[in-house]
Write a protein that binds this ligand. Structure first.
Ligand SMILES: [Zn+2]
Length: 110
């Protein structure tokens, strides 16, 4: 019996867990799931499969650190080409921009 390293209370049981990356499903993978806190743990082989699937779906490496630059009186954030391509976002299109709490900005492509 394996004890969960997260909550140190539950035990880990084998199961299938669906993983997603940036809202895109990567499918189901073999994992050990805690019966107490619900945290799931994947082995290295499953992590490799997820990575391959994420690359295949074009969601691998989409998160990027970007510098905010000044543009007139406003601030500007460039959308990397890879993200624009993933969203099928083109120049001249309108997006909906709003804060989500104090640490996040949502750019909604409509
Ligand atoms: Zn746990």
């Amino acid at each position: 019996m394996k004890i969960c390293p997260m909550c140190e209370k539950g035990t880990l049981k084998k199961g299938k867990v669906e993983e997603e990356m940036f809202g895109v499903s990567l499918g189901k993978y073999d994992a050990e799931v805690c019966d107490e806190c619900g945290e799931s743990f994947f082995g290295e082989a499953e992590m490799k499969k997820m990575e391959a699937k994420a690359k295949e779906l074009g969601v691998w490496g989409l998160a990027k650190s970007i510098k905010v630059v000044k543009s007139g009186n406003s601030l500007s954030v460039r959308i990397p080409a890879k993200i624009a391509k993933f969203l099928d976002l083109k120049e001249g299109e309108n997006v909906f921009l709003y804060p989500d709490g104090k640490n996040k900005i949502v750019v909604e492509v409509t």
